[in-house]
Design a protein around this ligand. Structure first.
Ligand SMILES: Cc1cc2nc3c(=O)[nH]c(=O)nc-3n(C[C@H](O)[C@H](O)[C@H](O)COP(=O)(O)OP(=O)(O)OC[C@H]3O[C@@H](n4cnc5c(N)ncnc54)[C@H](O)[C@@H]3O)c2cc1C
Length: 388
């Protein structure tokens, strides 16, 4: 958006693309919609597998759900490996005129009299160069060092999530084979969700597991647990992931003992829990601003949306030559996300109690109208207004 408006735009990215990213690789309809706002049609991306819906597993019960029809006019969801998606996005940015420096790490903000004036950047040869900038967007993810150097911090009273994922090969699928073969064979590809995670003491955890088929024949298995769960500090997500892989192995034809690589975990700050999300010459977006969905931990939709809102604000600041326009950013985020975050937080905090959590999960795994509403809210995120 900024580059297309003729504004010189530079992306500093530490890694070389395609690079791995710890993710469940699911783009729900809200994320698909948000990407379409950038002009990215996920269906056209190589490596995108349509997901027709969800199969919910709760103890011995299974129920199938289609994706809630959001306010977007479609309910399409996809799986796509994040290395593939992110590579496509950064390539698109380049074709639109953004200068991209990969293999470069932003090590510190340049700050003059309290104003951020760009970044000191370490190149692949270890040499540090200063890149001056009129405005700086902080988008360095969940463990945002750059943001912390500018004073951002996470509100420790609010929940966060811890997530882990690994890949397994599905036997009998053409791993790495031609896309159409696999896609045709798995017309009913769906996300499997597991809503009966328990802690070491056998009590239910607030979270879920997943098994997500990918177009190359691999399976992304992972789980997310919210920090409000009873016994959260004593959970061992690596052991839980191994258990889940064993549990799904027959259904998905995987050898649970032979993952395609070691599992990787990450902490996801949720629901706008990181702030302040800007200053006079800088704005903070995505996980660096703790923007992920406060119930599910999904963050692609929110990272793209906060980036777009920040882009609009900066474009306006350039157009009007008025830096005070940046002060509108927190209000715009609030307008779009605050009620979604607040309600998500309320639900997580309420259902942290095992006596409430057990029946709540049972209910959610069922097919009542209330469950439909909660699913709509959880998956369509900020775009779906909570029913009054
Ligand atoms: C296990 C797991 C599963 C998940 N599953 C899903 C899912 O299925 N669907 C979903 O929507 N969300 C999911 N999420 C959340 C989602 O991955 C994040 O919310 C989303 O990626 C946030 O995007 P971002 O651009 O803010 O940060 P990131 O995607 O983390 O991107 C930050 C980028 O900044 C770069 N960087 C970091 N520091 C520097 C530096 N100093 N200098 C230069 N570059 C730097 C990094 O290399 C990286 O490329 C999952 C998260 C986890 C941990």
């Amino acid at each position: 958006m900024l580059a297309e408006a003729g504004i010189s735009t530079l992306v500093i990215e530490r890694q070389i693309f395609p690079r791995p990213k710890t993710c469940g690789d699911v783009l729900d309809p809200a994320a698909v919609h948000q990407l379409s706002q950038l002009g990215v049609n996920v269906a056209d991306l190589d490596g995108a597998l349509p997901l027709t819906g969800m199969r919910i597993h709760h103890l011995q019960r299974r129920s199938d759900r289609v994706w809630p029809a959001g306010p977007f006019g479609h309910n399409h969801a996809y799986s796509i490996r994040r290395d593939v998606l992110d590579h496509a996005l950064i390539t698109l940015a380049e074709t639109r005129g953004v200068r991209v420096l990969t293999g470069h790490e932003a090590v510190a903000p340049i700050v003059e009299r309290g104003f951020v004036k760009g970044a000191s950047v370490r190149g692949p040869d270890g040499h540090i160069t200063e890149f001056p900038a009129r405005f700086t967007l902080v988008a360095d993810g969940a463990n945002s060092r750059f943001g912390r150097a500018l004073g951002t911090y996470r509100n420790r009273d609010w929940p966060y999530a811890t997530s882990i994922r690994g890949y397994w090969a599905q036997q009998g699928t053409p791993s790495g084979g031609p896309r159409m073969n696999y896609a045709a064979e798995t017309v009913a590809a769906r996300v499997n969700l597991y809503f009966d995670l328990t802690g070491v003491d056998g009590r239910p955890l607030l979270g879920y597991g997943w098994a997500v088929p990918l177009v190359d024949g691999s399976l992304n298995i992972g789980l997310t647990v919210l920090s409000t769960s009873h016994g959260f500090r004593s959970i061992n997500t690596t052991a839980m992931l191994a258990d889940l892989a064993r549990r799904v192995s027959a259904d998905h034809r995987i050898d649970p003992q032979s993952p395609l690589g070691p599992p990787v975990s990450g902490r996801i700050p949720l629901g706008g829990s990181v702030g302040p999300n800007g200053g006079p010459t800088h704005l903070v977006v995505g996980d660096a601003a703790g923007s992920a969905n406060s119930l599910t931990g999904a963050g692609v939709e929110y990272a793209v949306a906060t980036g777009q809102i920040a882009g609009h604000v900066l474009a306006r600041a350039f157009e009007t030559h008025d830096v005070t326009v940046l002060q509108s950013y927190p209000g715009l985020l609030s307008e779009r996300f605050a009620s979604t975050y607040r309600r998500g937080r309320m639900i997580t905090q309420l259902s942290a109690h095992p006596r409430i959590l057990r029946p709540a999960i049972r209910h959610l795994a069922g097919t009542s109208r209330v469950a439909d509403r909660v699913w709509e809210y959880a998956l369509n995120g900020s775009a779906r207004q909570w029913p009054q």
